[in-house]
Structure formats: structure tokens, C-alpha cells
Write a protein that binds this ligand. Structure first.
Ligand code: M6R
Length: 613
């Protein structure tokens, strides 16, 4: 949520900051701003709306020649939490004296009481934000040493932060710090670039340092000095980013979402590569870090996540019970720590998160650790907080996912969960032959997905028939039930159509009352156990005038005859079929949103990673 970028080096900072913000815009896009230092003064530009508005503003108001020599600055793209997305609420925020500028991701929970205390000392606030309170607090503590003032202020803060701070009186440094909101430092040749996300750094360098919680660093053009909040130096390793700038660009596709949908055969190959053992009929997941004997001692699998990651967890639940004969359950990460869950040391808790930064999932990880469970992360972003705090787990290798609507991360999560269930199954009742067959079924996933993507044009034509509706229902049974939930989420978040996912049997317990002539029902009627019952539910919907789009198994004439329109999925194992079926629904949602003229990659009110509760 929100994006930070900062630069110090030899080049002109403003264009670098604007380009960095463009890379981060998917993290928040309701306003943006930047601050530089010119002739001993902080200069700020802010604009509500997208980074383009800020870019237009700086282009018109900041002539290039004037700022060619300014080689330090900080910038921010915002997802509003405290106060609406106006220019005055946009970051950076200044201190009372106008000497210090700050950009901030996260939430200062005790900002009200701090604000009252500062107001009593004569501070005057311009915005409604919690961030401005922190900038004033730093200013209040400033006695000529910015590092010390930031340290002192952060000791008084409750909540989360990733921050970058500059002071006009100390124009050769940026101070950055983190607690619960990521900060990455890119090490260039005579330049250093900091950001909340590595994608803003890639154009400059692939050598990065990830700050840990409660780290604070002094950044100069050619030096990085990292300490803890008690001023004790700490060592953080340098990592190499594994992707290049191409991975963070659209590569000729109209939207990142479409590009990421089309990338799935490759991302799935990357997620699966080297992880299947056809001889043992098992999977090789060293990140699970346990011997078969240890795995056999696990009594229960608890899957936690939010949104799309919760849906992949629901598919994992079917897989663990089916393959491994082990009790599995999914828990909504936001609820996990508040319901005081019963967790024991024989529980395996799998935290699923594309970004690895989702606040609710992270809080659930901490609770599960506290309760002594065996906790594992399933993350896409390497070095993310959840990946690091779980200490063990499996990376998805899906590559950077920029579109707010999660696509390739979801399918890779499912593929990895199937491999985990296979490994767990082989430490229990699953036979070698069954394991070998299932490993082959997983291996086929990228090709199955490619066959669905070949139907892109056909799915676009079907979308023409449905895009003018304002409501839609997705139904499925067994492992297709979570796919129905995911299909509905995809459609609603990018097209703003009111879409609901239901177990096919649930419809007649209430929601069927909403069906009218022409209401779209998307029925996941793949040829898997329960299909006949789903076809019965389809008849109930048809009898109420609904228009049925069936997702069916190729060549299933019986199912085709029950539908108004069909998308065919190649025949495969029922658990594996969840992946190509989800891809068909991703394309359906994409084309509907395109036909409705929606902002597909940056839907209203959303941001890529939700780092607030
Ligand atoms: O990064 P995470 O997987 O933890 O994110 C969880 C959800 O916020 C995310 O999946 C969200 O639901 C997506 N916008 C769905 O497309």
C-alpha cells in the first residue's frame, strides 16, 4: 500500500523519482508527490490523481535546466488511509519549520495523541494525515542531527512505517527506516536508490539490501550505514534481484493483467521446474524443510491468507485432505489472531501471500509462531516480510505481478500447494503409483493453461454477451467452489459488476431469489465428481431465466447442451482442473472490464498489497 522512492547520486533526481513512482503506481494511485532540496530549501510538488498528474505538474512548473543539478529527492504515491486523496494530504509532508520532508507507508496508530501534544506546543497541521504528525515530531526533536531526530521520534511511534526523510540543513543524505512496511536499498555506482519495492530500483541496479524491522539507515550517494533504533550498527546482506526491467513492463500487451494471464504457462513452468520427483512419485520442496518422518507427525494443516490467496488456500484444503488424508482447514488471516485459534506444535500453518507484506497475514504468522506451530510461507516476492519471518517456505517464482488483480500468483500458489499436498501424501497413505500419476498431472498444468489461453479470442466474444449486466453469479462444487469464489472476485474487482461466488448447492438456500431473466450464472461444470448435481443446479437457474455460461470439460456434450454458452477446459485431474478453469475466468473478467472501459490494472479504491489491517 503506497509507494516510496528516493534517490541520491549524480543524475537529476526529479525524472528518476517520477519514473520510480510509475513503477510503484500499482501500490497506490490516488495522489503523488515529491520533495527535493534547492539552495538550502525543501521544494515540494504534489498532485491528486495518478503519477501522470504529478509529472505534468513538475514538467510545467519545474523547468529542466533549473533542476538538472538536483541529485537528491524523495517521492511517494499514495493509497489514502487518513484523509481523502487531496493535494494537501499527499506526501511528502513537512515539519513545522519547513526544514524536513517525509514520505511514509504504514499507519501511525497513536497519531491523535501525538498531534494533540504537538498542537499544545504550537504546531500547526495542514493535513488530516497521520504522516504529517510524524514529520512534525521529527522536526520537534531535531537539534542538527537528522538521524538522531528520526530515531528519537520513532521511539514514540506506535504502528507501522516505511519512511524516507530529508532535511534542507543536511542536503547530502536520506534517512530511511522500517517497521512492518518494506524498504529496499539499491546500490548503484556512485548513486543509491531506495524504494518500498524492488521494481522501482531495477532500472538502476540489481544489487539490493532489504531493511529489517526497526532498522534505520543513513543513505548517501556512495554509502549505506544501517543501525538499529538504539544506534547500534547492524549488518544486512546484499542480495541480487532475480528479474530485470523487462519483467516489470507490459511487453506489448494492453494491460499488465493481460500480460500476466498470458505469462502463466511460463510462470507455472518456473513454479514447477525441478520440484517433481517422478521416480519417487513425490515432490522435492526443500523449503518445507522436513524429513518424511517429521511430515508424518503433522496432524493438521491450517492455511491462512486474504483475498485471492485465501481462495488458493481453499483449493489446498481439498488437496491436503484428498491426497494426504490429513485434516486441513482454511482460516481468514484477518480473523486468525482475534479468534484465539487452537493451534498446537503438530499443526503446519501455511501463510499464503503473493506480496508477502499483507498486514493481516503477517499478523496471523506472528500469532501462529507465538503458539508454537510449524509455520511456513508461500510467497512470490523474494525477501518479503512474510517470507523472512516464517524462515521456511516455498517461493512461487511467478515473477513480478504488477496488476492489482492477482492472476499468475494464484495459479502458481495452487500448483505449489498441489506439490506440497503430494509430498505430504507420500509421507502417508498415498502410494508410489498414485504419486507418480499425480506428479504427471501437475507437470501437465502449463500446457493445459496454454490451451485455455489459445481461446482468448473466443472468450472475448463471449464477454461481449455478458458485459452489460450489473450482477453475476459463479457456482461450483468440490475444488471448483473456491474457483467460483475467485472468478467472482476477479470480475468484481476489475469490472465493478456485482459478482458473487457460491457453492452450487447454496444457491437455492437464498441467492436464487435474485435470479431474473438474463441474469448471468457462470457454472463450473467440469467433468469431475459432483458434475451431475451441478447440472441439476444449472437447470434450476435456467428455469428462472438465467443466462448460463458453462465452464465444461472439452467434448462433454451433455454439459454443453445444458448451457447457453461454453468455454471448454481440457480433461485432467479434478484438482489440476482448478488451474485452467481459473485462467478461463481471468480472461472472462479481463474482457468484460475492457469492454466496460475500466481501469484494469489499477481498479478504483484498491492497491496491490494491503499493508494495513
Ligand atoms: O499479497 P497477498 O497475496 O497477501 O494479497 C492478498 C489480497 O490482498 C489479494 O489477493 C487481493 O485479493 C487481490 N487484489 C485479488 O486479485
Amino acid at each position: 500500500m503506497c509507494g516510496i522512492v528516493g534517490y541520491i547520486g549524480k543524475a537529476a533526481a526529479p525524472p528518476i523519482l517520477i519514473n520510480g513512482l510509475r513503477r510503484l503506481e500499482y501500490r497506490g494511485y490516488d495522489s503523488a508527490g515529491l520533495a527535493i532540496i534547492e539552495e538550502g530549501k525543501i521544494i515540494v510538488a504534489k498532485a491528486p490523481g495518478k503519477v501522470q498528474s504529478l509529472s505534468n505538474k513538475t514538467r510545467d512548473e519545474w523547468p529542466q535546466e533549473r533542476f538538472a543539478n538536483i541529485s537528491l529527492g524523495i517521492a511517494h504515491t499514495r493509497w489514502a488511509t487518513h484523509g481523502p486523496p487531496t493535494e494537501v494530504n499527499a506526501h511528502p509532508h513537512l515539519d513545522q519549520a519547513g526544514n524536513i520532508a517525509l514520505v511514509h507507508n504504514g499507519i501511525i496508530e497513536n497519531y491523535r495523541s501525538l498531534r494533540s501534544k504537538l498542537e499544545a506546543k504550537g504546531h500547526h497541521f495542514l493535513s488530516e494525515t497521520d504522516t504529517e504528525v510524524l514529520s512534525h515530531l521529527i522536526g520537534d526533536r531535531y537539534k542538527g542531527d537528522l538521524f538522531q531526530a528520526v530515531c528519537d521520534a520513532l521511539h514514540l511511534i506506535e504502528g507501522t512505517f516505511g519512511i524516507a526523510v530529508i532535511a534542507a540543513s543536511e542536503p547530502n543524505k536520506i534517512i530511511v527506516a522500517r517497521r512492518g512496511s518494506p524498504i529496499v536499498i539499491g546500490i548503484g555506482e556512485g548513486e543509491t536508490i531506495i524504494a518500498s519495492d524492488a521494481s522501482a530500483i531495477l532500472a538502476h541496479t540489481q544489487r539490493v539490501i532489504y531493511l529489517d524491522d526497526n532498522d534505520i539507515a543513513i543513505i548517501t550517494a556512495d554509502g549505506i550505514d544501517i543501525r538499529d533504533l538504539h544506534n547500534i550498527p547492524v549488518n544486512r546482506e546484499i542480495s541480487e534481484l532475480e528479474f530485470d526491467t523487462g519483467a516489470a513492463e507490459k511487453a506489448g500487451f494492453a494491460h499488465f493483467m493481460l500480460k500476466e494471464i498470458h505469462e502463466q504457462p511460463d510462470s507455472l513452468r518456473n513454479a514447477i521446474r525441478g520440484r517433481l520427483d517422478f521416480n519417487l512419485g513425490s515432490s522435492v520442496l526443500s523449503g518445507m524443510g522436513s524429513s518424511p518422518r517429521d511430515l508424518a507427525e503433522i496432524n493438521r494443516v491450517v492455511l491462512i491468507g486474504c483475498g485471492t490467496s485465501l481462495h488458493s488456500g481453499l483449493i489446498g484444503e481439498y488437496a491436503f485432505e484428498d491426497l494426504a488424508d490429513i485434516h486441513a482447514e482454511v482460516q481468514q488471516a484477518a480473523e486468525f489472531r482475534y479468534r484465539n485459534p487452537i493451534i498446537s506444535r503438530s499443526d503446519l500453518v501455511i501463510a499464503i501471500s503473493q506480496s508477502g507484506e499483507t498486514a493481516d497475514t503477517l499478523a496471523a504468522v506472528r500469532e501462529a509462531n507465538q503458539k508454537g506451530a510449524f509455520v511456513m510461507g508461500l510467497c512470490n516476492v523474494v525477501g518479503s516480510t512474510i517470507a523472512r519471518e516464517t524462515g521456511r517456505g516455498i517461493y512461487l517464482h511467478a515473477g513480478p505481478e504488477i496488476s492489482v488483480a492477482s492472476t499468475k500468483a494464484f495459479t502458481c500458489q495452487v500448483a505449489v500447494l498441489l506439490m506440497m499436498a503430494l509430498k505430504m501424501g507420500r509421507s502417508r497413505r498415498y502410494s508410489r503409483q498414485e504419486g507418480m500419476d499425480f506428479a504427471r498431472a501437475i507437470e501437465a498444468i502449463p500446457a493445459l493453461v496454454a490451451q485455455v489461453i489459445e481461446q482468448d479470442h473466443h472468450i472475448a466474444q463471449i464477454a461481449e454477451l455478458y458485459y452489460q449486466n450489473e450482477h453475476a453469479f459463479f457456482i461450483g462444487r468440490g475444488p471448483m467452489y473456491p474457483v467460483a469464489l475467485e472468478g467472482a472476485l476477479k470480475l468484481k474487482e476489475i469490472s465493478y459488476i456485482h459478482a458473487e461466488g457460491y457453492h452450487a448447492a447454496e444457491l437455492k438456500h437464498g441467492p436464487i431469489a435474485l435470479l431474473q431473466k438474463g441474469t448471468p450464472v457462470i457454472a463450473l461444470a467440469n467433468d469431475i465428481p459432483g458434475k451431475d448435481k451441478t447440472l441439476g443446479n444449472v437447470e434450476e437457474c435456467r428455469a428462472r431465466g438465467a443466462r448460463i455460461l458453462g465452464i465444461i470439460t472439452s467434448g462433454d456434450h451433455e454439459a454443453a447442451a445444458a448451457m447457453d454458452d461454453v468455454i471448454e477446459i481440457p480433461a485432467c485431474h479434478p484438482l489440476v482442473a482448478t488451474v485452467p478453469t481459473a485462467v478461463a475466468l481471468q480472461l472472462f473478467a479481463y474482457h468484460i472490464a475492457r469492454l466496460r472501459g475500466c481501469e484494469i490494472d489499477q481498479p478504483r479504491n484498491l492497491a496491490k498489497s494491503v499493508t494495513v489491517e
